[in-house]
Design a protein around this ligand. Structure first.
Ligand code: ADP
Ligand code: MG
Length: 229
């Protein structure tokens, strides 16, 4: 379970020219470790995740998800790869208002053709893992912001992804709840052996990460290993 970006460049149209969002980015994300990508707003963090998630095709470079060269896949192949091997946690939970916490997770299993009963069991097990065992029957409006983000994380783990991609998960949370969500992501990453990338502009919780790299103007720099106590 690894994620490799090799010399990835991504540009967007910008008037008559092009804006370079990612500039020759190389990033190797090992299994079982939470890698933070830190940088200011507009530096290319979400673009990096979009490329890693195969939602956007880079102009140049290679993206290997769990050993699969995504450049060789067609649209359907990428969709299948995302469904089976990639978990994505966006900034806003985007939960469906009418579904309970357990049902939000079960929808994911339904999409990948898992038997309903096994899906229900797995959903309850994951809600337990994120500390929401007693909230499985609640709908989003009955949950706090932190609880909704935990449902979001549990949902991303539903199909046992090899690669977990997380975009600014704490931006809507206070300091304490943000710290708890990051600790949860670090623990789940180690327990499940996923290759996890978390992007954030917020430097306050970096000691909770296994590794930090910095992105600025689309370039990755200065990989610093963060020593763990
Ligand atoms: P971050 O997540 O670090 O804030 P983004 O990856 O969203 O940065 O954006 C990087 C740069 O690319 C910014 O200058 C942004 O305006 C630009 N950008 C992002 N998405 C698009 C898009 N779909 N079309 C054009 N420009 C974009
Ligand atoms: Mg962003």
């Amino acid at each position: 379970m690894t994620l490799h970006l090799e010399h990835v460049t991504l540009t967007y149209p910008d008037g008559d020219s092009r804006l370079t969002a990612l500039d020759d980015v190389c990033l190797h994300v090992p299994a079982g470790a939470l890698t933070a990508v830190v940088g200011p707003s507009g530096s290319g963090k979400s673009s990096l995740l979009a490329v890693a998630a195969t939602l956007v095709t880079p102009d140049a470079g290679t993206v290997l998800v769990d050993g699969v060269d995504t450049g060789e896949l067609d649209r359907a192949g990428k969709a299948a790869l995302r469904r089976e091997r990639v978990g994505i946690v966006f900034q806003q939970p985007n939960l469906l208002p009418s579904l309970t916490a357990a049902e939000q997770l079960q929808v994911m299993a339904h999409l990948s053709g898992r038997a309903p009963r096994a899906a229900r069991e797995r959903a309850l097990e994951l809600l337990d893992a994120v500390g929401l065992a007693d909230q499985a029957g609640r709908r989003p409006h009955q949950l706090s912001g932190g609880q909704r983000q935990r449902v979001n994380i549990a949902r991303a783990l539903m199909n046992d992804p090899a690669v977990l991609l997380v975009d600014e998960p704490t931006s809507a949370l206070d300091h304490e709840r943000g710290a708890a969500v990051l600790d949860l992501l670090a623990t789940l990453t180690r327990e499940r052996g996923t290759a996890s990338v978390l992007v954030t502009h917020d430097r306050t919780h970096l000691e909770r990460m296994d590794r930090t790299v910095t992105v600025r103007d689309g370039r990755l720099s200065g990989e610093e290993a963060v020593a763990r106590a």
